[in-house]
Design a protein around this ligand. Sequence first.
Ligand code: ASP
Length: 438
Amino acid sequence: MKRIVTKFGGSSLADSGQFRKVRDIIRRDPARVYAVPSAPGRRFSGDEKVTDLLYRCFHLREAGSDWSEVFETISERFRSIHTDLNLTVDLEGALAQVRMNIAAGASADYCASRGEYLNGLLLADYLGWRFMDAAKVIFFDAAGTFDSEKTNVVMMALLADGLPTVVPGFYGVKPDGSIHTFSRGGSDITGAIVARAVRADTYENWTDVNGFLMADPRVVENPQGISAITYAELRELSYMGASVLHEDAMFPVHKVGIPTIIKDTNEPDQPGTLISLALPVEPTVPTITGIAGKKGFSVVAVEKAMMNAELGFGRRVLQVFEEAGISFEHMPSGIDSISVVVSGEALAPHREEIVRRIAELTQPDSLTIHDNMSIIATVGRGMVNNCGTAARLFSAMSRAGVNVRMMDQGSSELSIIVGVDDADFEKTIQAIYHEFVG
Ligand code: ASP
């Protein structure tokens, strides 16, 4: 039997009207038998997410200030859903318990997780489904690292009966019984974990956008949507900052080859974006799938004649960054030079020490740092074996008057990465987009 795991984001479950849309979506396909809710999100611009309000309760209590008013605001959000939908679950009892635990000194993670917990209770009641507390099926170790294997074994066993079930997103439990959360936006991860455990056919991630766009709409006017993308392509794009999905949410489903689909709760008939392990590379596949980039990188360029013959040269350069606790993003190299691209922000406090240590360890002929560089990745499985893509990309950039400061194409041919001055960031993305998409 086909099984679909659905995850609904905060705006998809922000009020009773949104709950109704969610139930309609679920009822349209009998294969939708698992739901992972977020906490109620924003209902309108300027509104506050319940998770933010819960963190505020925690901080007010820590500061010895009164948090009862904020807690009342949270309670009212849940009460209005409960009343509008004529629910019968004991919401007041659950709220009283949460209030008592916060008063008794509950942790920030416990406080934050209650948005998903309470929303899960309401959703399970509304759908007439079983509620499975994430604290029973999602495990972390004492240090807070997600315990994927234990989670998978326990969750598989508890969900094996195939009963329709709601598992609240975002949190789980540590060995001492305390609640622990994923990082913000972590309900996406819970959804992927449930999909893996039940061997779902599809993981549907319902949100408030119709999938991914080929470029950031703040940079390119009205960019086209991406109808299908591979996990590897998405990884490259989200590394560069294009994000609709929590990055860690790809891993559990990617590993077992379950496709994810991003859909819009408010426009369920729109196609959304399908993310899968492998997609056919037919001639109809567009050459590029998407473009994304980030500003604010620095390039540390080290030059030394005959560097290629000097054993351990690259290792010593990288050792300096490791000692300073800076991870590098790229490392294009020439015959007698290596450039290490790092975040400008991460480099700033260690600048002098890095220069001194590289000089000490490698005695370079020259060492320069270029700041304010943007990195832009043009990603596309259609680029493989497609001659002339790089030529088109670089001539589009040159026509736009952009000077290429760095370039890098991995042997996977999945992306072409260029470095340009921050001032050329927008111009570059627009030029590439218009060259390939029109
Ligand atoms: N409610 C949590 C947050 O706002 C988790 C989530 O929505 O995915 O970050």
